[in-house]
Design a protein around this ligand. Structure first.
Ligand code: NIG
Ligand code: FE
Length: 388
């Protein structure tokens, strides 16, 4: 079926940016015409054109599909024991990544693909229609290539994160590992990666190492993004701005200087509330960023260590309840904000020309995403104009 009309939408969220940068572009009693995978008409239900097929949304809310711009899905095994220990008082460190690296290196390609596919489907059924996937649990030339080869089968938003941590075989020789990344990994993973990322933080890579790696990636044609200041205040945000990164992510620590730099840049500030939740850390003051006019995204950061969830509805609930986003700011950040963090203008909104990726909720408003936490509110998910 190439033409479908969704009518009787009680409340449609378009995120139409012509109405204002962070406006939801709400239309009550709306309809949406989908042709060949794209939105071709949006407006009042009573003036909708006829179509080959009509779907009655019965007054429910329709939102753009979530754009989950930060995930680590190529891994084996989980770390439930580590989470349990944390809930009994242990603290989170970058060191836990090594456990997953060891398991991932031992896993077969088929097992890694099956696990990542399971997680992408889990996210899709909870409303995520665009997903970014990073490597970073291989940390050898061979294992980073296969991680990205697998990721590329699941999304076009693939990120090379060979600089996740220094692997144990390079203990005390971090600069040699940085050279391996710059001289061998980047060129070999390039066919499978759009982005390059570095974990620039305490216990991971220094700002100078991160700069060297990101510059080598950019020289090879990859686009920069950054894990910055999750565990401690550092220069990660400044580095991201300096290099024109699409996004700086986590940013659990930041100062006034960071805000001033971001204000003058196009770099998106991506918050990952699931990581604070799951590592029992303090939530950063994202409202200061929003009040300064900085573009903010939220994402799930799905990974087996710091945030093992694919559910963007849950992430919205955390952003609203614990980070004081309004329901409107949280929804916008999980859709249009995520799209901007991935430099995508075809997703994260439902104006004419957008990819027809949307969610019909079981409720009459998007507010219920935070108001009814932990409940499956997804009635239907449509991706590329097709009901999944
Ligand atoms: O984004 N911060 C670095 N990387 C992941 C966690 C990885 C892990 O603990 O396995 C994150 O939170
Ligand atoms: Fe991450």
């Amino acid at each position: 079926m190439s033409q479908s009309l969704i009518k009787n939408i009680g409340l449609l969220v378009t995120n139409d940016s012509s109405l204002g940068k962070t406006e939801l572009g709400l239309i009550e009693n709306a309809a949406l015409l989908i042709e060949h995978g794209k939105v071709t008409w949006v407006g009042a239900s009573e003036s909708a054109p006829t179509a080959e097929k009509t779907i009655d949304a019965a007054g429910k809310a329709v939102i753009p599909g979530f754009v989950d711009s930060h995930n680590h899905l190529i891994f084996a095994k989980d770390r439930a024991q580590e989470f349990s220990a944390r809930m009994k008082g242990e603290s989170y460190t970058a060191g836990g990544i090594a456990t997953t690296v060891a398991a991932t290196r031992q896993a077969s390609d088929d097992d890694l693909l099956a696990n990542a596919t399971r997680l992408v489907h889990e996210g899709l059924h909870s409303g995520t229609t665009t997903v970014e996937i990073k490597s970073g649990y291989g940390l050898t030339v061979k294992d980073e290539i296969r991680s990205l080869h697998i990721a590329k089968q699941l999304t076009e938003e693939t990120t090379f994160l060979g600089a996740h941590v220094v692997p144990s075989e390079y203990k005390g020789k971090a600069d040699e590992y940085v050279d391996l990344i710059c001289e061998q990994m980047i060129t070999q993973v390039k066919p499978y990666a759009k982005w390059i990322d570095v974990f620039c933080d305490k216990g991971a890579f220094t700002t100078d190492q991160a700069r060297k790696i990101l510059k080598a990636g950019v020289a090879a044609g990859l686009k920069p993004r950054l894990h910055a200041n999750q565990l401690a205040q550092g220069d990660g945000i400044a580095l991201g701005v300096e290099l024109g990164a699409a996004s700086v992510d986590h940013i659990s620590h930041f100062n006034n200087g960071d805000i001033e730099l971001l204000k003058k840049s196009k770099t998106v500030a991506t918050f990952l509330p699931g990581a604070e939740f799951s590592t029992r850390s303090n939530y950063p003051d994202a409202r200061r960023m929003m009040e300064a006019g900085i573009t903010v995204a939220i994402a799930s950061d799905c990974n087996p260590g710091s945030s093992y969830t694919t559910n963007m509805g849950f992430v919205i609930a955390l952003a609203v309840r614990d980070m004081f986003f309004t329901p409107e700011q949280a929804l916008w950040s999980a859709t249009k904000g995520g799209a901007l963090a991935l430099e995508r203008d075809d997703v994260g909104h439902l104006s004419v020309g957008a990819r027809a990726d949307f969610v019909i909720l079981k409720e009459s408003s998007y507010i219920h995403l935070a108001y009814r936490p932990g409940v499956n509110l997804v009635d239907e998910v449509w991706q590329h104009g097709k009901r999944i």
